[in-house]
Design a protein around this ligand. Structure first.
Ligand code: SAM
Length: 234
């Protein structure tokens, strides 16, 4: 599997923007792979993301969080060298609009990066992750939170191809080397099942789907779904 250095090591990453950053999970991948950077800004529209983000990067003076809607990026055009989004496109009703905003704030010659798990071409154990994700999306949706099913690989490629980037590279990241039925996986997922089954109160079909998936994790096992990373130059 390509490493973060293989994917990012050649990028001239001065000023970096991570869109829909959450607690900054993808920034750890950026820090592992980028040769250097001058500033990294993570934006997210959920206020609760800020505290976890700031705690994660409190020792890094050039990494900041800003509360912002990805549909209206409040930055000058052509002002970043690298603009990223990870595991978030399926959280938007209009992902193309978000990608257009990302392209606008990217300088000519800068790089745009999309990293997103996809739902097709997966092994049975990886399909557990896909089904889980779609169940989380369904529970979020009945709770009023926008969260669609994950895309197929060709849909992701199609979304990014709308931007007419140059020198586009694609990397499929798969790791199915761990024991898929390691009891630690069930132990880790159990609190998440509890939380989502509780959130699905009033929707017995969704609660039953959660219990079926809990069973599936124990019987079939779990591996993370393959992630597609697409990088191109503006
Ligand atoms: C699954 S998380 C991904 C977090 C992070 N990028 C990562 O890979 O770990 C999806 C994120 O999208 C954010 N999000 C959803 N709608 C948004 C919007 N309109 N503007 C900014 N962020 C948004 C959510 O708050 C959430 O933090």
């Amino acid at each position: 599997m390509p490493t973060s250095q293989d994917i990012l090591g050649h990028l001239p990453a001065g000023r970096v923007l991570d869109v829909a950053t959450g607690s900054g999970g993808f920034i750890h991948f950026l820090l592992e792979g980028l040769k250097d950077y001058t500033e990294i800004i993570g934006v997210d529209n959920k206020e609760r993301a800020a505290a976890a983000f700031e705690k994660a990067f409190e020792e890094k003076p050039n990494i900041h969080f800003q509360l912002m809607d990805a549909n209206h990026l409040d930055f000058d055009s052509d002002s970043f060298d690298l603009v990223c989004i990870s595991n978030s496109l399926h959280h938007f009703d209009d992902p193309q609009a978000v990608l257009s905003q990302m392209e606008r704030v990217l300088r000519p010659g800068g790089y745009l990066l999309v990293s997103e798990m996809y739902c097709d071409g997966q092994t049975e154990t990886q399909m557990t992750h896909v089904h889980l994700h779609h169940w989380w999306g369904a529970v979020d949706t009945v709770s009023g939170v926008t969260h669609h099913e994950t895309y197929r690989r060709d849909e992701l490629v199609g979304l990014v191809s709308g931007l007419a980037l140059k020198d586009v590279a694609q990397y499929d990241l798969t790791d199915t080397s761990d024991d898929p039925r390691n009891p630690e996986i069930s132990a880790e997922l159990n609190p998440v099942f509890e939380q989502y089954i509780q959130r699905a109160e009033g929707h017995p079909d969704l609660q039953a789907r959660g219990e079926e998936l809990r069973q599936r994790v124990a019987e079939i096992g779990f591996h993370s779904a393959t992630t597609l990373v697409i990088i191109g130059r503006k």
